[in-house]
Design a binder for this molecule. Structure first.
Ligand SMILES: O=c1[nH]cnc2cc3nc(NCc4cccs4)[nH]c3cc12
Ligand SMILES: [Zn+2]
Length: 336
C-alpha cells in the first residue's frame, strides 16, 4: 500500500497512482482529524470521493502517529492526550474517538486504536502496552457498528515471543476480519523484524488478511511473505522519490550522481512504468538537479511500480512453487 497520509499519495494524481498497479492505499486518522477534519472529508462524500480514489483504502488509527509526531502527550487507560501541532489545542484520542473518526472518514479497512511501545524499551513497558492495547481493542469492537468497514486488530508484544504469541492468540479468539502486526519498524535491527514476524504471522488465521505495518524494504517484504504476510505499507518508494532517489532492481540510485548526467537509457528497460517508457536517466537527473517538481512525480511513479512489481513477481513464483529459489537472494537462504 503506497502511503497517502493526507488523502493523496504525494506528487501523484489518482490516475497516475492506478497506473502503478497499486491496489490499495493507506491514509492517516491522526493527520486527517487535524487537517482538514473528518467532517470536511465526510462533506466531500467520504475519503474515496474526496480524493478521487475508488480502490480500497485503509486508515491507521492514530495512536502510533501521536507518539511519533506530536510533542507533549500523555497516555492513560482512557486514551492519549496531545497538543495539536497546528494550533496547540489539547486533543484527546481514545479507542471510541478513533473508531468514530475512521467511521466518518469512510475507509474500507480501519485499524484498532493501539499503543505501539517505543524501541528500545523494557519488557514491563511492552507488557503494559500490549495488555492495554487488548483492552482498547475490545472498546473499539464495542464502538464499531459499521460491518462494511472491516476492523483489523493489531498485535503488539515488542521483541518478546511469549508476549507476541499471547497477543496473537487472544486477538485470533475475537475472530476479526483481519490482523496486523504492529510494534515493528520502529528503529530495531531488520533481523528482529524477521524474528517477530516468523513467530507471530503463523499464529494468525491463514484465511484472513495479515498486515505487517510500516514495512518495507525488499528483504523484509520477501521474508514476511514467506512467513504468511499479505499486506504492507511503506513510505520508502515515495519518500525516496522526493529525495531524488530511484529504486532499481533492489538497488538505490541517487539521480544526482554524475554517472547519470549523459546516460540516455531508461531507469530500468524492463520496467513497464510511464517514467521508464518515456524518459531517460539523464533527463530525470537534470530534473532532480534542477529541483523540478516533475522529478518527484516521475520517480514516485517508477518507485511504486517497482515495489508493486516485486510483490507481483513473488506472487507468480509462489503460484509456480519456486518462491524459495527465485527469491533466495532476498530470503538469505542461499548462503546459510
Ligand atoms: O504498532 C503500530 N500501530 C499502528 N500503526 C503503526 C504504524 C507503523 N509504522 C511503522 N514504521 C514505519 C514508519 C513510518 C513513519 C515513522 S516509522 N511502524 C509502525 C507501527 C504501528
Ligand atoms: Zn519504471
Amino acid at each position: 500500500m503506497p502511503v497517502g497520509t493526507l488523502a493523496n499519495v504525494k506528487t501523484l494524481t489518482p490516475a497516475q497512482l492506478r497506473d502503478t498497479g497499486a491496489q490499495m492505499i493507506l491514509s492517516n486518522t491522526y493527520h486527517l482529524h487535524l487537517q482538514p477534519g473528518e467532517g470536511i472529508v465526510a462533506g466531500g462524500g467520504g475519503l474515496h470521493k474526496f480524493m478521487g480514489w475508488d480502490g480500497p483504502i485503509l486508515t491507521d488509527s492514530g495512536g502510533f502517529q501521536v507518539f511519533s509526531l506530536s510533542e507533549m502527550r500523555k497516555i492513560s487507560e482512557r486514551g492519549v492526550k496531545f497538543r495539536s501541532p497546528h494550533d496547540g489545542q489539547i486533543i484527546e484520542l481514545t479507542p471510541e474517538r478513533s473508531i468514530e473518526i475512521q467511521n466518518t472518514l469512510g475507509a474500507d479497512i480501519i485499524m484498532a486504536f493501539d499503543e505501539c511501545p517505543p524501541y528500545p524499551v523494557s519488557r514491563e513497558e511492552v507488557e503494559t502496552a500490549t495488555e492495554r492495547t487488548y483492552r482498547w481493542l475490545l472498546r473499539c469492537i464495542e464502538t464499531h457498528k459499521r460491518p462494511e468497514q472491516a476492523l483489523f486488530g493489531i498485535v503488539q508484544g515488542g521483541i518478546y515471543s511469549d508476549l507476541r504469541s499471547r497477543a496473537a492468540n487472544a486477538l485470533t479468539e475475537l475472530d476479526l476480519p483481519g490482523y496486523a502486526i504492529g510494534g515493528v519498524s520502529v528503529g530495531e535491527e531488520p533481523e528482529l523484524i524477521h524474528e517477530i514476524v516468523r513467530v507471530t504471522a503463523p499464529l494468525l488465521p491463514v484465511n484472513k488478511p495479515r498486515y505487517l505495518m510500516g514495512v518495507g524494504t525488499y528483504r523484509e517484504i520477501a521474508i514476511a511473505i514467506a512467513a504468511g504476510i499479505d499486506l504492507f505499507d511503506c513510505v520508502i518508494p515515495t519518500r525516496w522519490a522526493r529525495h531524488g532517489t530511484a529504486m532499481v532492481r533492489g538497488e538505490r540510485w541517487n539521480l544526482k550522481n554524475a554517472r547519470f548526467r549523459e546516460d540516455f537509457q531508461p531507469l530500468d528497460a524492463d520496467c513497464p512504468c510511464y517514467t521508464c517508457k518515456n524518459f531517460t536517466r539523464a533527463y530525470i537527473s537534470h530534473l532532480v538537479r534542477s529541483q523540478e517538481i516533475l522529478a518527484y512525480t516521475l520517480l514516485s511513479i517508477h518507485n511504486i511500480t517497482e515495489i508493486i512489481h516485486f510483490t507481483q513477481k513473488i506472487r507468480q513464483s509462489i503460484l509456480q512453487g519456486s518462491f524459495a529459489t527465485d527469491f533466495a537472494r532476498w530470503l538469505n537462504t542461499d548462503n546459510s
